[in-house]
Design a protein around this ligand. Sequence first.
Ligand SMILES: NC(=O)c1ccc[n+]([C@@H]2O[C@H](COP(=O)([O-])OP(=O)(O)OC[C@H]3O[C@@H](n4cnc5c(N)ncnc54)[C@H](OP(=O)(O)O)[C@@H]3O)[C@@H](O)[C@H]2O)c1
Length: 274
Amino acid sequence: MPQHSFAERYGPWALVAGASEGVGRAFAETLASRGLNVVLLARRRSALDEVSSAIESRHGVRTRIVALDLATADAATRIAAEVSDLEIGFFVYCAGADSNFKPFLSSPLEVAEAMVHRNCTVLMQLSHHLCGPMVQRGRGATVIFGSGAGFAGTGKMVAYCATKAFDMVFAEALWCELKPKGVDVLGLILGETDTPALRRLRYERGLARSLDEPVKGAETPQDVVNDAIAHLEKGPIRLANKTMRWGLRFLYPFSRNFVVGLMSKASEKIMGKD
Ligand SMILES: NC(=O)c1ccc[n+]([C@@H]2O[C@H](COP(=O)([O-])OP(=O)(O)OC[C@H]3O[C@@H](n4cnc5c(N)ncnc54)[C@H](OP(=O)(O)O)[C@@H]3O)[C@@H](O)[C@H]2O)c1
């Protein structure tokens, strides 16, 4: 799609939640390179300042910084107020990794509750708030980050796995409703991706000698973003990792996208078509 039609279809503003580093930062830069202004959201204002300067000088678009913690109770209300004067046509919900990696019962319940709030509740609140106007305009896009951990539960990631299953199914179901109305929805399912957050976790666990050590075999943030943009219009799910695409074929003989189609047909049969 030519750059001007990309901006016409998905602009004039994007909001990227988790834009201070890694895949979210690469997403913000890529959308700016295609002519979108970008709201940059994360907790660390200083990191966002640096991303903002880089994007504005390289791509000549505008940015706005929203520095807050998505795990706080009123996060969605505050974000809505901060962007109330902007027309947002592209919404990316990237923030969502688990930096804890500890058994469920070894941490206070509040840790899991914060994960559910950030990864599920605030995502849902912002999708409700931002997708309504997109549907009215008949154009726009929402990209929701999932993980291979959303396909099956495993220890030390109890709440994380469950939230990522939620994110994937939420994206699929939202796609069923919004795609016919002109709004693209993509559940972007990541496997191992070489982000600063993953490097920090690996370093803390003694799996890397320094934070500069690349994660061998992992996708790069830019690869993941390019893959997302290439599959944006198709949806609902894109597995953004070669190993995962290969491995899941054996575990799940039908692709998620095929199963979403079957599910929609079954639901129409049982509940009737509108
Ligand atoms: N990396 C992987 O191997 C991998 C694998 C599977 C899935 N994923 C998914 O990919 C996405 C990105 O992962 P990542 O590895 O880049 O780590 P991440 O910890 O999700 O960090 C991404 C961004 O989110 C921001 N963020 C994190 N928590 C936040 C909060 N409570 N409030 C506001 N902003 C917050 C971070 O900035 P601040 O620290 O400045 O807030 C950063 O800019 C996640 O959804 C994750 O589940 C990653």
